[in-house]
Design a protein around this ligand. Structure first.
Ligand SMILES: [Zn+2]
Ligand SMILES: [Zn+2]
Length: 373
């Protein structure tokens, strides 16, 4: 039989902590579930036997004296829990061993709500009053979970430990494991008279009004974190956070592309031909759009810094105004006469059938713009 200290790779005067650390390291490497090495299984058993002995002060003393170590050859004895292996893989408290009773008081969960906002609110920010369905501190017991005048009592079954030991069969043979006490659910205490309002939860469901600030520049999918505005935890535990997810409603006129705003401005044919300054009502005030003489349908005029504000930087996106040239209808006699005269002067009474190159027409430009190409 190999020397247990050699098996674990520790010196004979190693501390309990050193032994534990060495065992964990080896168990993580040698456990049959994590390695394909055919010899790992035997090594793992050896390592586990060594640890079982050296981790127990009495057994270690007996081993050091050269005496026989009861139970050393046959699987795991008392005092060596499955949770030691779980600990090796999952860190402290893998199966709750040694963790003591759980606290009833726990942090509340984070919550996520969706808020629909208009384009202007998203682009320039604002304030919103919303209703949040959440859990709040129970007004009757104030989180103690007990009827007024009563208090939790130590659990008879686990004597306040919160856990019970039992033997289970596993791939490692019969092992002792600890499980949360079924009577007190691991809390170590029971409630002789649970609060009637919250059924012993320490919190109740409620609808709570909340005013939230929408930062300028948010977009669909942006999440705003509101610290401690989530639900109150069990037994009046500290509240979680509330996340507000923005959903931007489509606007009938303006379209958004990142922090740029897009719109289409109708320009009368004459204004497009002669050039004009056309007022445009934006989401935040009026601007003048300068249409150059001879402007074509589908052309875009860029108004710098008239788009949505940047969420995480100074400044704003641009406003991109696409021109839609409108053809005059319902001409009166005089207007018709003028246009016929113009057509004659320009030689356009019977215009030549000129084709535009494919992919450069007005419609493909519009399509490209709205599909973000
Ligand atoms: Zn209550
Ligand atoms: Zn119990």
């Amino acid at each position: 039989m190999s020397d247990y200290y050699d098996v674990l790779g520790v010196s004979r005067d190693a501390s309990a902590e050193d032994i534990k650390r060495a065992y964990r390291k080896l168990a993580r490497k040698l456990h049959p579930d994590v390695t394909d090495d055919p010899e790992a299984g035997d090594r793992f058993k050896e390592v586990s036997q060594a640890y079982e002995t050296l981790s127990n002060p009495d057994k270690r003393a007996a081993y050091d004296r050269g005496g026989s170590v009861p139970g050393a050859a046959g699987g795991f004895g008392a005092g060596f829990g499955f949770s030691d292996i779980m600990d090796a893989f999952f860190g402290q408290g893998g199966a709750g061993r040694g963790a003591g009773p759980a606290s009833r008081t726990q942090r509340g969960q984070d919550a996520l709500i969706r808020v629909d906002v208009d384009l202007a609110e998203a682009a320039f920010g604002g304030e919103r009053s919303i209703q949040v369905d959440t859990a709040v501190l129970c007004p009757t017991c104030k989180g103690t979970c007990c009827q007024p005048g009563t208090s939790p009592e130590t659990c008879d079954i686990c004597h306040g430990q919160g856990s019970v030991q039992r033997v289970v069969r596993s791939l490692l043979g019969q092992v002792m494991t600890t499980a949360p006490c079924p009577t007190c659910h691991g809390f170590g205490t029971v409630l002789p008279s649970p609060c009637l309002e919250c059924s012993g939860e320490g919190r109740v469901r409620a609808r709570r009004p909340l005013t939230i600030r929408i930062p300028a520049g948010v977009d669909t999918g942006t999440r705003i974190q509101l610290a401690s505005q989530g639900e109150v935890g069990p037994a009046g535990g500290p509240p979680g956070d509330l996340y507000v997810e923005i959903h931007e409603r489509p606007h009938p006129v303006f379209h958004r592309s990142g922090d740029d705003l897009l719109c289409t401005l109708q320009v009368p044919m004459t204004a497009a031909a002669l050039g004009a300054t056309i007022p445009l009502e934006t989401l935040d005030g009026e601007v003048d759009v300068d249409v150059r003489p001879g402007a074509q349908a589908g052309e875009t005029v860029t108004l710098k810094q008239r788009g949505a504000e940047h969420l995480r930087a100074q400044g704003r996106g641009d406003l991109l105004v696409t021109l839609e040239v409108t053809t005059p209808r319902d001409l009166d006699d005089e207007q018709e006469e003028l246009l016929r005269r113009l057509a004659e002067l320009r030689g356009e009474v019977r215009p030549a059938g000129k084709l535009s190159p494919a992919h450069q027409g007005v419609f493909s430009k519009l399509r490209d713009r709205f599909s973000g190409r």
